[in-house]
Design a protein around this ligand. Structure first.
Ligand code: CTP
Length: 399
């Protein structure tokens, strides 16, 4: 989505940098955005709503119950209207309220109701910014898909020097433009994504599996859908809820996953194999429960099909991404897998970092030429956006 013609809701909270929000509103309008403003009561102490009414031609609202009617509920109306929300400045207070799900004024209630991107531009004293509770709230919100326009280092209004200055207004607008382009850059594409750890049955009670939580694959499916792709998620068992708008095919074993993937691969433009597929499965499935009294069972294993390798052998023009889970020689082993499995891209995971089940991950992205980029301790949601942006770039280079 372009900024020109987009609907941008600017939220202003009560900090000294509130005066800079007028400059941002004006810049957004110069770029052709439709702008509406919502202010907190504290923001009004720093800058007058009249300023924004003059700039935008619409009242800058503060009151949750202000122009409420049978046909118009302000926070829901705002949420349905906006293509994105930018909070400038975002104080420690409003960051904390959003992180706790508090919705006790028009701005926080609107933010609780939106499904579009929310960008927060923090501005506060550096000790407040570095306060571990504020940092924990920021990390939590990032994990839930909120974007942050990082504050700059410099002289602060309180007289100290440090990190906490509002990012330059031009940078916040450029960041917003980038976020908007991520809303529909995959719109003509069909994605097949796998997730979770397969289960290889031994008897009606037991199975062999692995520690995969499915979080990475689900984050990819959710982000690809939000960015406009049509997404089929072939999922081994997980504890996660299906992402909205994604077609989910539930499978158990590696063989089930292969069959489901073969069915959907033909039509797909992109395959992302984020599932942790068991490499071995019991040779014989015992229909009856193995009883303890029968002595220690001997379970012979046979190899499962290498799904991604099978599919890359059947590819027409599909772009194929796989993951490499490694404890040693991370990037070397990942390179070998690109060649062996005939991949376009691989995401190497250092599993020594305890990524299984975690919301965060450590990744290296590689193609046939070598390492493209490395990222440490980022959320799986951020990793999903990075992986999808790399896929989008590679596909546009192809055309
Ligand atoms: N994969 C697959 N089918 C398998 C095993 C793995 O499609 N039977 C895919 C995974 O989904 C992943 C990639 O291959 O995208 C690499 O998986 P990984 O477990 O790291 O490697 P393996 O190929 O299993 O090799 P090794 O266990 O020796 O590291």
């Amino acid at each position: 989505m372009n900024i020109e013609g987009s609907n941008i809701l600017v939220g202003i909270s009560g900090g000294i940098a509130a005066y800079k929000s007028a400059e941002m509103v004006s810049l957004l309008q110069k770029k052709g955005a439709n702008v509406r403003v919502v202010m907190t009561e504290n923001a009004v102490k720093f800058i007058s709503p009249i300023t924004f009414q003059t700039l935008t031609g619409f009242p800058a609202r503060t009151d949750l119950f202000g122009n409420w009617s049978k046909n118009y509920i302000p926070h829901i109306g705002n949420a349905q209207w906006a293509d994105a929300v930018v909070v400038i400045p975002a104080t420690a207070n409003i960051i904390g309220k959003i992180a706790c799900g508090i919705a006790d004024d028009l701005l926080t209630a609107t933010i609780a109701a939106v499904t579009v991107p929310v960008i927060l531009a923090p501005s506060m004293n550096s000790a407040m910014y570095e306060n571990p509770i504020v940092q924990k709230n920021i990390a939590f919100l990032r994990q839930h898909g909120y974007y942050f326009a990082e504050p700059a280092w410099g002289r602060l209004a309180c007289g100290t020097e440090g990190r906490g200055r509002l990012a330059p207004v031009e940078d916040i607008v450029a960041f917003l433009e980038k976020v908007l382009t991520l809303q529909d850059d995959l719109s003509s594409l069909k994605f097949l994504i796998t997730a979770g750890g397969t289960r290889e049955p031994i008897d009606p009670v037991r199975y062999i599996s692995n520690r995969s939580s499915g979080k990475m694959g689900y984050a990819l499916a959710e982000a690809a859908r939000r960015r406009g792709a049509s997404v089929t998620l072939v999922s081994a068992p997980t504890c996660l809820s299906p992402p909205p708008g994604v077609r989910v095919v539930h499978v158990e074993s590696a063989l089930d996953m292969l069959k489901a993937c073969e069915e959907h691969f033909v039509d797909a433009d992109v395959l992302i194999m984020a599932a942790a597929v068991a490499d071995y499965t019991p040779e014989n499935y015992r229909r009856q429960k193995i009883k303890k009294g029968q002595g220690v069972p001997e379970i012979n294993l046979k190899p499962t099909p290498d799904i991604v390798k099978e599919l890359s052998g059947q590819r027409k023009a599909q772009f194929i991404v796989a993951f490499a889970a490694e404890t040693d020689d991370l990037e070397y082993n990942a390179r070998q897998k690109i060649i062996d499995k005939d991949l376009d891209l691989i995401v190497a995971n250092d599993i020594n970092k305890g990524i299984f089940g975690s919301d965060n991950t450590w990744i290296s992205l590689l193609d046939r030429q070598g390492v493209i980029a490395r990222y440490s301790d980022i959320s799986k949601k951020e990793a999903a956006e990075i992986i999808l942006s790399t896929v989008a770039e590679r596909l546009s280079d192809r055309n």
